[in-house]
Design a binder for this molecule. Structure first.
Ligand code: ADE
Length: 247
């Protein structure tokens, strides 16, 4: 399904100086340590989402825990853009691995994001096409991605760049995992990054996604995830803290 005569509305933002780094994580476990690094913290609650502003290593930051899934992620991102005008948005957190090259606690960096549960193929579209913007892969900001790669390598984490797939499903099934790999060539799966990317793309805000691996997205996941989510979150925080000094 293609949308013709799409009207692109402005966000209404003026020419204000954009200085804040926006950081979004889905869960408290992924964000509490990052918020713990902030000086001069101030909370603003909008639609049930708490946006915390402050400084990390002297850099202005707005951080939010969006909640799980694409809808909360989209809401949070649009609100962050309208209310705080961040110069860029970075999504951090954990993910299931879809490649042998990434094991538990390694770092997946997105070159682009896909929505693995977006499917209007029954009416003639390619699987994964996001109607309206009419692309399958939402590109991350290239300069930001290469800074992230340098940052991750400087911390000596094992890492891989590629497509990360989002969908409203915790992937814990070999067949589903294989489907996402075969259909999209993705290296990791999670539940928010592409929604954040879609909103950033529409608003022309540079974005990136950094995910530490918490599980293998297969029949072992329900065992791995509770055991490894904390160590994976700690690694994504380490990357974010160093990255802030490089932006
Ligand atoms: N986040 C962490 N692991 C995940 C998985 N296996 N599926 C979806 N989101 C995840």
């Amino acid at each position: 399904m293609s949308v013709k005569n799409l009207v692109v509305m402005s966000t209404g933002r003026g020419k204000e100086k954009k200085s804040m780094i926006g950081i979004i994580g889905a869960m408290s476990v992924e964000m509490e340590a990052i918020k713990g690094l902030m000086d001069n913290k101030q909370d603003t609650v909008i639609s049930g989402i708490t946006f915390t502003t402050g400084q990390i290593h002297g850099k202005d930051v707005v951080a939010a825990v969006c909640g799980i899934g694409k809808v909360f992620a989209g809401m949070c991102t649009q609100t962050m853009i309208l209310k705080f005008a961040p110069k860029q948005i970075i999504n951090v957190g954990v993910a299931g691995t879809l490649t042998k090259d990434l094991g538990i606690a390694d770092i997946a960096i997105a070159d682009n994001m896909v929505e693995h549960d977006m499917d209007t193929s029954a009416i003639g579209d390619p699987v994964g096409l996001i109607s309206g913007i009419n692309i399958i892969e939402i590109p991350c900001d290239e300069a930001l991605v290469s800074t992230i790669e340098n940052c991750v390598k400087s911390l000596s984490f094992n890492t891989k760049r590629g497509t990360i797939a989002s969908g409203d499903q915790f992937v814990a099934d070999k067949a589903k995992k294989e489907y996402i790999v075969n259909q999209f060539g993705a290296i990791a799966c999670e539940m928010e990054g592409a929604a954040i990317g879609q909103v950033c793309y529409v608003n022309k805000v540079p974005f990136a996604v950094i995910r530490a691996i918490s599980d293998s997205a297969d029949n072992q996941s329900h065992m791995d995830y509770p055991e490894f989510v904390k160590i994976a979150s700690a690694n994504s925080t380490k990357v974010m803290e160093k990255l802030i000094t490089m932006l």
